[in-house]
Design a binder for this molecule. Structure first.
Ligand code: BGC
Length: 741
């Protein structure tokens, strides 16, 4: 085995810099020159304090997270030019109030307004993890664009999204906000979300700045505890955690947020390797970096900074351009510069980066560009947006079990026993991180069933606060007079999200017992699994007639659920995270490394003596109401110009109804200069097939499919043997050998 292509990253960027770095259209050519001239002239007029002011972001009302939130007096510092951006200012009146204050400042530099617009804005869309399950990049991009369109119409020009943190640990409650466990897929979703939020022009009416977070490695906290330390080798980081951040930057993300955690023993907020060497120098990132909330002050608790001044100096020197909420830059930077602890050139670079983005947002041309009542009235809560939320919700549900074709329900099913509070609570449908979404107008399953005109026999079933089954008799009576039993079980929506790490992700035994009881009715029992993360539910897995993982689906949850239950939409989603069978298996993921004692049921291998290492449901898994057969897998020659080979497979819909399938390509490097995973997703295509229809699906095998990062962070592609695996999930695959000569 010989290395044939060693791309030193820096060289790659020198050579390909312009093609790799996608610069937003409005910031190219003449406009970039205009911007640079404008910003340079403005900076000549700025005092030291005014420059520092641009680096400070303070919070308005809304929910503040974390301990020790410091607040500063209202508009007065804005008038003094001491603030560059605000977060959590909601609505046109408030935004206008602060922007007017900025216009009273000496140099009239406009503020940027940031909000966590995570999955929809007023109109709630499915959780990001749920959307990721769709494997529909177009819809994911569309969803982000709708959120941007609404938010931009109501004063916001910056979202703290997308979260692109890869995570292998379902105990970590924030998995709901990302795209799951796979770096390749995570990178594709990250790019789609950035394009969705930002489009081609930051100043357009339907776009806002994206903020890629949390840089870096936030999804790998030790023991799954939010905010905990992260410890991994550079090679591990590069191959498994880095790709989505890099893809988001290449997609043109305007801003990046640092993570709370440390990486390689340095808090990310002052991690020079991450912020300067990797992000700004190697990747050529031309936007600005903001801290996470309070993260600069938190470096004291990390015992990495002695006091606020030390924290400010360390952060700015490392490349952190803007401080969120805490006031260390505000209080100490001017002094630090006067004393020479931080060079003014370092400050200037940060100021320039921030002013550049204000220019690109069009704020210097019109500071009130995002404040227009007529536009807000015409844009918010549109029917088209609701329709998109419903379509996205339908595409997000994963069919996990379907015994004896229990689903879809036949049109004759007119009486439904609906059991479980989650089927009826509007706020739960929106899921975590839906701070700005309308609760009224959320369609629950209960509402949607009534609207469909079926008889709904409801019973709450289970009390989440007391963890007991309630009114079992009532539930059984409802089942007795119905054609089918639909049980909503899982977690409450606020059990996932930030700070919601769990030591056990098993669904409460009492809830699972409820399903057992309901089975005694003799009616088909359909389980709707409502959750923000992979959960464990072994008691129910084999006894329910069908199980649909619905996550949290947003404002059109109920309508979408009805459409899937009755087969108006045929489920097509696949799991973006492995569902473990036992809590002790976590972190569990499909692309584990090849070890010297590969896992097998034999002893003395990488396995357990007390339980199986198999997941309940693997990554990429998801059923349909139809079936797909894979045949004629073959590999053929490439074109000699970057395509090394093509692998093709015939996919046939062998069922009786149309359906969509996510055809997945995995690659295994048979021998490499570092240890590599047993397989890695490196391609997928979602196709729609009529009953009986076949299609040949092919994938190009290029460097992007075959390479990896070595321990020095160089992307390498090595000659030798590979196995290409194609199929319907990370577990169900056919394979063919390929040699790169
Ligand atoms: C979260 C960020 C979020 C920020 C602002 C923090 O607690 O970690 O993801 O963007 O708050 O709300």
């Amino acid at each position: 085995m010989k290395k044939i292509r060693v791309h030193r990253l820096c060289l790659l960027f020198l050579l390909l810099g312009t093609t790799l770095r996608v610069v937003p259209a409005e910031a190219s050519g003449k406009q970039t020159r205009d911007r640079d001239r404008f910003v340079a002239k403005l900076m000549q007029r700025m005092t030291l304090e005014e420059k520092v002011g641009q680096l400070c972001q303070c919070a308005g009302g809304g929910d503040l997270t974390g301990p020790n939130n410091e607040r500063i007096p209202r508009t007065e510092p804005v008038v003094k030019g001491e603030i560059g951006s605000m977060l959590n200012i909601l609505g046109l009146d408030s935004v206008r109030k602060y922007q007017q204050a900025a216009m009273q400042s000496r140099l009239q530099i406009p503020l940027i307004f940031g909000l966590d617009v995570i999955h929809g804005y007023r109109i709630g869309f499915p959780l990001p993890l749920a959307e990721a399950a769709s494997f529909d990049l177009k819809m994911i991009e569309e969803s982000a664009r709708w959120a941007a369109t609404e938010a931009a119409a109501e004063g916001c020009n910056w979202t703290f999204a997308p979260m692109v943190d890869v995570s292998w640990d379902a105990r970590w409650g924030r998995v709901m906000e990302g795209a799951g466990e796979d770096p390749y897929y995570g990178a594709r979703v990250a790019a789609a979300r950035v394009h969705g939020f930002q489009g081609e022009d930051l100043a357009a009416e339907n776009t806002i700045m994206a903020c890629v977070k949390h840089f870096a490695g936030y999804g790998a906290p030790i023991a799954g505890k939010d905010y905990n330390s992260v410890d991994m080798s550079l090679g591990h980081f590069a191959n498994f955690y880095m790709p989505p951040y890099k893809a988001a930057v290449e997609a043109g993300a305007a801003t990046v947020m640092t993570a709370f955690n440390d990486l390689n023993n340095i808090p990310c907020t002052a991690n020079e390797f991450l912020l300067r060497r990797l992000l700004k120098e190697r990747w050529g990132f031309d936007g600005f970096v903001v801290s996470d909330m309070n993260a600069v002050s938190e470096m004291l608790a990390h015992r990495y900074a002695a006091d606020g001044a030390d924290a400010a100096a360390k952060a700015l020197n490392a490349g952190l351009d803007m401080e969120m909420v805490t006031l260390n830059y505000h209080t100490h930077l001017s002094d630090l510069i006067r004393k020479g602890v931080v060079k003014e050139a370092v400050l200037d670079e940060a100021v320039r980066r921030i002013l550049n983005k204000k220019y690109e947002l069009g704020l210097f041309a019109d500071p009130y560009r995002y404040c227009n009542e007529a536009r807000a009235a015409a844009t918010l809560r549109s029917a088209a947006m609701r329709d998109a939320a419903r379509r996205m919700a339908e595409r997000s549900m994963v069919l996990l079990e379907n015994h004896n074709a229990a689903l879809p329900l036949s049109p004759q099913v007119r009486r439904v026993a609906l059991i479980g509070q989650l089927a009826k609570t509007q706020s739960d449908m929106l899921g975590s991180w839906s701070l700005w979404s309308d609760h009224e107008g959320v369609v629950t399953l209960y509402d949607a069933l009534l609207k469909r005109g079926v008889e709904v026999n409801y019973s709450p079933g289970y009390d989440f606060d007391k963890n007991v089954i309630i009114d079992l008799e009532g539930a059984m009576a409802q089942a007795a007079k119905s054609d089918v039993v639909v049980v909503a079980l899982g977690e409450r929506s606020l059990e996932s999200g930030e700070r919601c790490s769990k030591a056990d992700i098993t669904i409460a035994a009492e809830q699972q017992k409820l399903v057992e009881e309901l089975r005694k009715s003799g009616k088909p029992v359909i389980v709707l699994l409502m959750c923000g993360r992979p959960v464990i539910f072994n008691q129910v897995r084999h006894s329910a007639s069908a199980i649909l993982c619905t996550w949290w689906l947003g404002c059109e949850a109920g309508t979408a659920l009805c459409n899937v239950l009755w087969g108006d939409y045929n489920p097509s989603a696949k799991l973006p995270m492995t569902f473990p069978a036992q809590i002790g298996q976590v972190p569990l993921y499909y692309q584990f490394k090849s070890t010297g004692r590969p896992q097998s049921p034999e002893g003395w291998t990488t396995s357990y003596i007390d339980t199986s290492y198999e997941p309940a449901y693997p990554f990429g898994y998801g059923l349909s109401y139809t079936r797909f057969a894979y045949s004629e897998l073959a590999v053929s020659e490439g074109d000699g110009e970057g395509v090394h080979a093509r692998v093709a497979v015939t996919v046939t819909n062998t069922g009786t109804r149309a359906g969509e399938e996510v055809v997945q390509l995995y690659v295994r490097d048979e021998v490499a200069s570092i240890t590599r995973p047993v397989k890695e997703l490196r391609g997928f295509e979602k196709i729609n097939l009529q009953a009986g229809e076949s299609r040949r699906v092919s994938f190009d095998i290029t460097d992007a499919q075959l390479g990896f990062y070595d321990n020095a962070l160089n992307y390498v592609v090595e000659k030798g043997d590979f196995t290409l695996l194609v199929g319907t999930s990370s577990r169900d695959l056919q394979q063919v050998a390929f040699r790169l000569k």
